[in-house]
Design a binder for this molecule. Structure first.
Ligand code: HT7
Ligand code: ZN
Length: 859
C-alpha cells in the first residue's frame, strides 16, 4: 500500500464552498445525490482535474453544471472529472448498502437505525468528495425515509424544514452554517427518544440539548446530560469558548468503532459513554461518560472551529482536546486522583507504544492507514506535551496563548506548528527547541543523581531519548521538572521549583541542607519521561507518607513496589533484600490503610500495585510469567501481612451508604481494593467476603468489584455469581459486555478454556466492537491468558485478527500491537509471538489497516 508523507502536503486544487446532499434512506439501499459547488483554489496547482475520493462506491451518474457527462474516469477508487472553468456545479449519484457495512465507516445500520462515521476517511464511502480535512464547506442536507422505520431524522446544524411524503415517508432538511470538513458530516435516522434540556450560553444564546437513545434507555441519560451542561459551562470559564448553534444533539449507538465522534452539532456516541445508572454502571463508567461527553463537546472549538490541515496534524485537535477533557474532569472531581489515573493510562498504553515497533512522534511523518494513528501517542502524549507548555508558561499566560490560537485560526484548517507559534506568541515563551517533542518519538529516559557535600546539594540530570524506528539519532528535549527538596529532620520543604533540563546533562545546586535532603521530582508528572533514580527504600517510605504533592506520594509508593518487583524478577533479591523490601512496602501500605488524613479515593490510588505491562517496561527483555508470579506473590504477602487492617477497611467501607459524593465513591473504591488483597492472602476468606459483597451490592461498582475477585478464584462461589450476573442482566448489552470482560481478564488457571467457551456463547458476536473488545481486549491484556507459556494466548489473538479483519479491519488492527511487543519478551515466547505475526502476514487479502501494523511489527 502507498505510504503518505507529511512533507508531500499540497493544497487542494479545487475548493467546495457548498455541498447539497439528498438522501433516500433505506437500511439495505440508500440513494445519495450530492451537488457540489466547485471553485478553483488560487493556491492550488491549477490542474483542470477534479479528484473526488471514493471507497467501495460507484458513480451512478455524473452531471456538470446540470448536464450529464460521460468523460469522467476512475483512478482506483477515486472519481476524476475534467473541469474547464473557474467555478462549476458537480452532481454525483451513488448508492450504498448500510446493512452490509460491517466496517462501521461511512453510512451503516445499527439495530435498525442508520448512522454515519466519517472521521477519518468515511465520507468517501457515502459519496465522492475531496475527503481531506482542509476542504471546508457549508452543508445542506435533505433526507427522506419511511416514517415508521425512521421517525427521527437528524443531521448537522439546525433543522430548517420537515414534511410528509408519499407511501408513509417523511423528510427533513438540515443546514449547518459553519463551514466544515467532510469528516465532521453526520446523519442519523431511526426510532429514538430524547432527554431534552437547555443551556443558555454566556452570550445569552439559548441552546436546545438532546440526548437521543433507543426507547427504554432514556432513564439512563441524566448523567450524560449533566456532564454536557457542565462541559458547556466549563469551556466558557476555563477557555472562554461559547457554543455556536441553537441545537446540540447527541445520539447513542451500540455499534461503534471508537468512543464517540464530534460531528458538528450532532455528536455520535458509543452507548458505553452515554448510558449510566447506579444499577448498571460503575463509578469508573460514570467518570468515563463525563470525560468523553466533555471531550467531544470541547472539540467544537479544538477540532471543529479550528480543524486540522491534514491528518498528520491529528494531535493538534486530539492532544489539545484530551488536555482539555483532563482539566475538566480534574475540576469536576478530585484533581489529584484524576492526574494519577491519567498518568497510569499513559504508562500502560503509551510508554509501550513509544518503545516498540509502532513508535511514532505525536505528529507522525508518514502513514499507510490513518486509522492506525488514533493512538495513545497522538492523544495522550499529545496532551502531555501541551501540558508541559502550560507548566512552563503558567495558567494565565497559557490561556493568553490559547486565546490567540483560537482568534488567529478560527475557521481555518491549522497545523501543530500554528498551535505552537500561537502559544509562543501569546504566552511569551521561546519554544524553538521544544518543537522537538512534536518531531521525535520515544520516551526520554532521565537519570537522576543527588550528591550532598557539606551544605551543598547537587542534582545532576542526564537525558537520553531512545532510538525509534526511522529515528536512530535524537536530540535532547526541554524537560520541565517540578521538584522539591525535603529536610529529613523537619519533614518539610522550602518551596517547589521548576527546573528545565534542555541539554544532555545539567546540574542544579541547592544550599542549606545539613543532611542529604529527600528529593521529590517530576511532581504532578510535569514531564512524560521515565526516571531512573536508585534510591533507598527509606526515602520512598518518607515520600509515600509525607509528600504534599499527591502524585509524588503515589509515585513513591509505586517506586517502592517497582524497585522490589523488578529486583525480584531480575534475580537480584537475596533473602535479606526480599525481607527488607517487603517490610518497607508493608509499612508503607499499613500507613496508607490507617492514615486518617487521606480521603478514600486517594487511599485507593495508593493501594494500586503497578501494572504488569508497566513492570515489563522497566526491563529490556521481560519474562511475563516471572513478573506475574512475583507480583502475585507480593499481593498474597500483603494480603496476609496487612490482613487485619484490610478486613477492617473492607468492613468500614461496606457500612458506608450509597451516594454519588466523593466519600461514598471512595468507600466503594477501597472496598474492592481491600477485597482483592484479602483474596490474595486468604482465598477462602476472599471468596466468602466477595460473595457477601456481591449479594449485598446496591451498585454496579460493588457488584462488578466482587465478581472480578470471584472470577479469578477457583472457588465454588465463582460459578454461582457469574450465572446470577448473566441472568440478572440479560438483554442489557453494556452489562453483558462486563460479564465477558471480567472472565476474559480473570487470573484463573483455566482462563483460556473459559475464553474459548465464551467465544462460542450465544451472546458473542464478531460484528459488535464493544463485545469483541470486551472479551478479546480483556484476554490480550491478561498476562495469564495472553502470555500462556505454550503460546495458546498468542494463537487466540492471531486467529481473532484473521477472522475479524474481513469484518472490521479497524478493530482487528487494534489487536496487532500486543503481538508486536515480541522483541521485549523472553526468547521462547518471543518466537511464538513472531510466528503468529507471520501467520497473519501470510493472509493475502489482509486489510491496509492490519497489513501496516503487522509489517511494522515484524520489521
Ligand atoms: N475524533 C474522533 C475519532 C473517531 C474515529 C476515528 C477513526 C474511526 C472511527 C472513529 N470514531 C471516532 C473521536 C475523538 O477523539 O473524539
Ligand atoms: Zn477527540
Amino acid at each position: 500500500p502507498p505510504v503518505i508523507h507529511r512533507e508531500d502536503y499540497l493544497p487542494p486544487a479545487w475548493l467546495i464552498p457548498q455541498v447539497l446532499l439528498d438522501f433516500r434512506l433505506g437500511v439495505d439501499a440508500t440513494h445519495v445525490v450530492s451537488t457540489l459547488s466547485v471553485t478553483r483554489n488560487p493556491e492550488g496547482n491549477g490542474t483542470s482535474t477534479l479528484r473526488l475520493n471514493g471507497d467501495q462506491i460507484a458513480p451512478l451518474a455524473v452531471r456538470v453544471d446540470g448536464r450529464e457527462v460521460n468523460d469522467w474516469r476512475l483512478d482506483g477508487p477515486d472519481l476524476l472529472v475534467e473541469l474547464t472553468g473557474e467555478a462549476h456545479s458537480v452532481e454525483v449519484e451513488t448508492a450504498v448498502n448500510p446493512a452490509a457495512n460491517s466496517q462501521l465507516m461511512g453510512l451503516y445500520a445499527s439495530n435498525g437505525m442508520l448512522c454515519t462515521q466519517c472521521e477519518a476517511e468515511g465520507f468517501r464511502r457515502i459519496t465522492f468528495f475531496p475527503d481531506r480535512p482542509d476542504v471546508l464547506s457549508t452543508y445542506s442536507v435533505k433526507m427522506r425515509g419511511d416514517k415508521a422505520q425512521f421517525p427521527v431524522l437528524l443531521a448537522n446544524g439546525n433543522c430548517t424544514a420537515t414534511g410528509e411524503g408519499e407511501d408513509g415517508t417523511h423528510w427533513a432538511e438540515w443546514h449547518d452554517p459553519w463551514p466544515k470538513p467532510s469528516y465532521l458530516f453526520a446523519l442519523v435516522a431511526g426510532d429514538l427518544v430524547a432527554n431534552h434540556d437547555t443551556f443558555t450560553t454566556m452570550g445569552g444564546r439559548k441552546v436546545d440539548l438532546n440526548i437521543w437513545v433507543r426507547p427504554g434507555d432514556e432513564d439512563r441519560t441524566q448523567h450524560a446530560m449533566d456532564s454536557l451542561i457542565n462541559s458547556m459551562k466549563w469551556d466558557e470559564e476555563a477557555f472562554g469558548r461559547e457554543y455556536d448553534l441553537d441545537l446540540f444533539n447527541i445520539v447513542a449507538v451500540s455499534d461503534f468503532n471508537m468512543g464517540a465522534m464530534e460531528n458538528k452539532g450532532l455528536n455520535v456516541f458509543n452507548t458505553r459513554y452515554v448510558l449510566a445508572d447506579p444499577e448498571t454502571a460503575t463509578d469508573a463508567d460514570y467518570d468515563a461518560v463525563e470525560g468523553v461527553i466533555g471531550h467531544e463537546y470541547f472539540h467544537n472549538w479544538s477540532g471543529n472551529r479550528v480543524t486540522c490541515r491534514d491528518w498528520f496534524q491529528l494531535s493538534l485537535k486530539e492532544g489539545f482536546t484530551v488536555l482539555r477533557d483532563q482539566m475538566f474532569s480534574a475540576d469536576m472531581g478530585s484533581a489529584a486522583v484524576k492526574r494519577i489515573e491519567d498518568v497510569r493510562v499513559l504508562r500502560i498504553a503509551q510508554f509501550p507504544e513509544d518503545s516498540g515497533p509502532l513508535a511514532h512522534p505525536i505528529r507522525p511523518d508518514s502513514y499507510q492507514e490513518i486509522s492506525n494513528f488514533y493512538t495513545a501517542t497522538v492523544y495522550n502524549k499529545g496532551a502531555e506535551v501541551i501540558r508541559m507548555m502550560r507548566t512552563m508558561a503558567g495558567p494565565e499566560r497559557f490561556r493568553a496563548g490559547t486565546d490567540l490560537y483560537f482568534a488567529r485560526h478560527d475557521g481555518e484548517a491549522a497545523t501543530c506548528e500554528d498551535f505552537v507559534k500561537a502559544i509562543e506568541d501569546g504566552a511569551g515563551l521561546d519554544l524553538t527547541q521544544f518543537r522537538l517533542w512534536y518531531s521525535q518519538a520515544g520516551t526520554p529516559q532521565l537519570t537522576v543523581e543527588l550528591d550532598h557535600d557539606g551544605a551543598r546539594t547537587t542534582l545532576t540530570l542526564t537525558q537520553a531519548v531512545p532510538a525509534t524506528p526511522g529515528q536512530p539519532e535524537k536530540q535532547p528535549v526541554p524537560i520541565p521538572l517540578r521538584i522539591a527538596l525535603y529536610d529529613r529532620d523537619t519533614g518539610a520543604h522550602s518551596g517547589e521549583q521548576l527546573v528545565v533540563l534542555d541539554k544532555d546533562t545539567g546540574s542544579f545546586t541547592f544550599d542549606g541542607f545539613a543532611k542529604p535532603p529527600v528529593l521529590s521530582i517530576n511532581r504532578g508528572f510535569s514531564a512524560p519521561v521515565a526516571i531512573d533514580f536508585a534510591r533507598a527504600n527509606e526515602d520512598l517510605v518518607f515520600l509515600a507518607a509525607h509528600d504534599d504533592d499527591p502524585f509524588a506520594r503515589y509515585e513513591a509508593m509505586q517506586g517502592l513496589v517497582v524497585q522490589y518487583l523488578v529486583a525480584g524478577v531480575s534475580g537480584r533479591l537475596d533473602d535479606a533484600a526480599r525481607t527488607e523490601g517487603r517490610a518497607a512496602i508493608g509499612a508503607a501500605f499499613a500507613a496508607v490503610i490507617d492514615d486518617p488524613e487521606l480521603d478514600d479515593l486517594m487511599r485507593g490510588e495508593l493501594m494500586i500495585l503497578p501494572a504488569e505491562t508497566y513492570l515489563a517496561e522497566q526491563l529490556l527483555v521481560a519474562d511475563p510469567g516471572a513478573i506475574h508470579a512475583e507480583r502475585e506473590a507480593l499481593k498474597a504477602w500483603l494480603g496476609s501481612e496487612c490482613g487485619e487492617g484490610l478486613k477492617a477497611l473492607h468492613d468500614r467501607a461496606a457500612a458506608v451508604p450509597y451516594g454519588r459524593d466523593a466519600a461514598a465513591r471512595g468507600a466503594r473504591k477501597i472496598k474492592t481494593q481491600a477485597l482483592t488483597l484479602i483474596a490474595a492472602g486468604d482465598p477462602a476468606e476472599g471468596a466468602r467476603r466477595a460473595l457477601a459483597q456481591y449479594r449485598a451490592a446496591d451498585t454496579m461498582t460493588d457488584r462488578q468489584g466482587a465478581l472480578m475477585v470471584l472470577a479469578s478464584l477457583d472457588a465454588p462461589e465463582r460459578a454461582e455469581a457469574l450465572a446470577d450476573f448473566h441472568q440478572r442482566y440479560t438483554g442489557n448489552a453494556l452489562v453483558i459486555d462486563k460479564w465477558f470482560s471480567l472472565q476474559g481478564s480473570a487470573f484463573h488457571p483455566e482462563v483460556l478454556e473459559h475464553i474459548k467457551a465464551l467465544a462460542g456463547h450465544g451472546d458473542f458476536t464478531m460484528t459488535n466492537p464493544n463485545r469483541v473488545r470486551a472479551l478479546y481486549m480483556a484476554a490480550a491484556s491478561n498476562p495469564v491468558a495472553f502470555h500462556d507459556e505454550g503460546g495458546e494466548g498468542y494463537r487466540m489473538i492471531g486467529e481473532l485478527i484473521r477472522k475479524l479483519d474481513p469484518v472490521n479491519p479497524q478493530t482487528a488492527a487494534r489487536f496487532v500491537p500486543v503481538l508486536g511487543r515480541w522483541r521485549r519478551i523472553e526468547p521462547v515466547r518471543a518466537a511464538l509471538m513472531r510466528a503468529e505475526l507471520e501467520r497473519i502476514a501470510a493472509v493475502p487479502t489482509l486489510s491496509r489497516d492490519v497489513r501496516e501494523q503487522v509489517t511494522k511489527s515484524l520489521g
